[in-house]
Write a protein that binds this ligand. Structure first.
Ligand SMILES: Nc1ncnc2c1ncn2[C@@H]1O[C@H](COP(=O)(O)OP(=O)(O)OP(=O)(O)O)[C@@H](O)[C@H]1O
Ligand SMILES: [Mg+2]
Length: 500
């Protein structure tokens, strides 16, 4: 009787192994961890797990010494091959001297007379999918029996694990396949230094970027926040003949007016309180290269005049100095504001506006190029999986939700959403794992308000009916309708009344 009940230690081992097999390790690593547990708690000095591969079982994980070559056993070959063929466990005392032992792994050399071989099949349903083989010494026969019992349980757990792994692999493969379909076309053709997209809008943009990169002309990037203006400015610089010279970014909105002037033009010692040394401005630092003036719409008007001078004459003076400095800088400006409107409001100099607006580049919002969304999701999934060392992937349904969302914050918002998903999840991501606000129905197109209202109403009615077990009078009360009003709407929306 005693041997039929598992002792605390055995239970502990089984529990530890379950934890490993349900954790986040890769397949091979999980198997190795199981063998390590057998060594640490059960005195199994040598062991291996062989996994079915066609008509043989192949050793996937080997513990206790080094296996120099791949080893497989055909059905019926050696002891492992027999367990694979028959599906029954075996116990062989002094295995070293056994006639059945063919020592294909070479482990025989390090075994003693006291080593037993205990092997159990790994079953998945009715099929034998592998064999777990152990070598250890025993004190008495009772402990042999108990060990065999524990090992059989572990064999069964491995069976479940194999099955789960197979299912996950299949899902992953399907996902990979889909991903390939989604991204194939694009990638060779329309990605320029990390600007992802295959929509017509992006392709035209990339063509334009390639053209203007070759020139020295001033550029003005226009577009909503998060559409990729900063990325494009950088790309243009690195595609231009100036690429080996500095690319300097100044965010005109982030720096207060007085400081911005010093930042851009530099200053001489003593130019103002606190100017203990002289300092080069960003224009000087960018000499030979490109300066990117982000949020140009926020530049104070008095500074705009000085900027105009740099644009026209390519020269400037540091604060507190009379000396004129020549600079050779290409200027790229960007804004998410309506500059023309700022001109009308006299917040932006008209002459500067025309100077900057020689080649305006419109960066379209994501909602005007929705076909790029799947590529961007894929791109950021890869990027953040790499960054956080994860293997997060989306089910079709979860992907669908992300495809339908409207991204008011454009690519930046999409990137943030994907990053959060990768951080917060492991492996497969289903709709349940996604934040609620993504799932809310959105008004798809302007002018479709009526449809949206109707849809919302229909949903509310169904919800009320569900709540009240499809008792219409109660649902009507809950909604604040008369029964007739409710009946009318049920008919109008074709809502199915479930009878219980
Ligand atoms: N087409 C794209 N392909 C790949 N990544 C993109 C693309 N567009 C934008 N991104 C990424 O999205 C994020 C936001 O882009 P970026 O900072 O360039 O936007 P922005 O227009 O400059 O926004 P803001 O006006 O707020 O400064 C960045 O991480 C950027 O790398
Ligand atoms: Mg930016």
């Amino acid at each position: 009787m005693e041997s039929k009940t598992l002792k605390l230690k055995e239970l502990y081992v089984v529990n530890e192994i379950t934890k490993i097999l349900t954790g986040e390790y890769t397949f091979e690593k999980s198997l190795m961890e199981v063998l390590k547990i057998l060594y640490s708690y059960m005195g199994v000095e040598h062991s291996f797990i062989a996994v079915k591969d066609g008509k043989s079982v192949k050793i996937k994980s080997f513990f206790g010494s080094v296996l120099n070559k791949p080893v497989a056993f055909r059905k019926g070959e050696g002891i492992t091959g027999r367990v694979f063929k028959r599906g029954t466990p075996v116990v062989i005392p002094t295995v070293k001297n056994s006639e059945l032992f063919i020592n294909k792994t070479g482990i025989g050399e390090i075994l003693t007379e006291n080593h037993y071989l205990v092997a159990v099949p790994v079953r998945v349903g009715g099929e034998i999918e592998g064999v777990l083989v152990t070598f250890r010494e025993f004190e008495d026969t009772e402990s042999v029996e108990k060990f065999l019992e524990t090992l059989s349980i572990i064999g069964n757990l491995l069976g479940l694990f194999f099955k789960l792994h197979e299912k996950l692999e299949r899902e992953r493969e399907e996902w990979e396949e889909e991903k390939k379909l989604l991204t194939r076309e694009l990638q060779e053709k329309y990605s320029l230094h990390g600007i992802i997209g295959r929509s017509k809008a992006i392709r035209q943009l990339i063509d334009l970027i390639e053209k203007v990169s070759k020139t020295d002309s001033t550029l003005l990037l226009l577009g909503e926040s998060g559409t990729g203006k900063s990325l494009i400015a950088k790309t243009i610089h690195y595609e231009s003949p100036r690429k080996d010279k500095p690319f300097v970014t100044v965010n005109c909105a982030a720096i207060p007016g007085e400081l911005l002037e010093a930042e851009l033009f530099g200053y001489e010692k003593g130019a103002f309180t606190g100017a203990y040394t002289s300092k080069k401005g960003k224009f000087e630092l960018a000499n030979g290269g490109t300066i990117f003036l982000d949020e140009i719409g926020d530049m104070p008007v008095n500074l705009q005049a000085k900027l105009l001078r740099v644009l026209q004459d390519k020269e400037l003076e540091r604060l507190g100095s009379e000396k004129t400095i020549k600079v050779d800088v290409r200027i790229i400006a960007a804004t998410n504001k309506d500059l023309r409107k700022l001109v009308e409001e006299r917040k932006f100099r008209e002459d500067l506006y025309y100077r900057l607006n020689v080649i305006p580049i419109h960066v379209p919002p994501l909602r005007e190029r929705r076909e790029d969304i799947p590529l961007l999701i894929e791109h950021f999934l890869e990027e953040f999986n790499e960054k956080y060392q994860k293997r997060v992937y989306l089910t079709k349904e979860a992907m669908q939700i992300l495809l339908e969302y409207d991204y008011p914050g454009n690519v930046r918002e999409l990137a943030n959403i994907v990053e959060r998903i990768v951080i917060l999840n492991e492996g497969k991501v289903t709709p349940r794992d996604l934040p609620k606000y993504l799932k809310k129905k959105k008004i798809k197109e302007k002018g479709n308000l009526q449809k949206f209202i109707e849809e919302t109403e229909k949903e509310r009615i169904i919800e009320a009916l569900e709540k009240t077990g499809y008792v219409k009078s109660r649902a009507a009360k809950l909604l604040g309708y008369t029964l007739r009003q409710l009946d009318y709407r049920i008919k109008k929306y074709g809502i199915e009344i479930k009878k219980f």
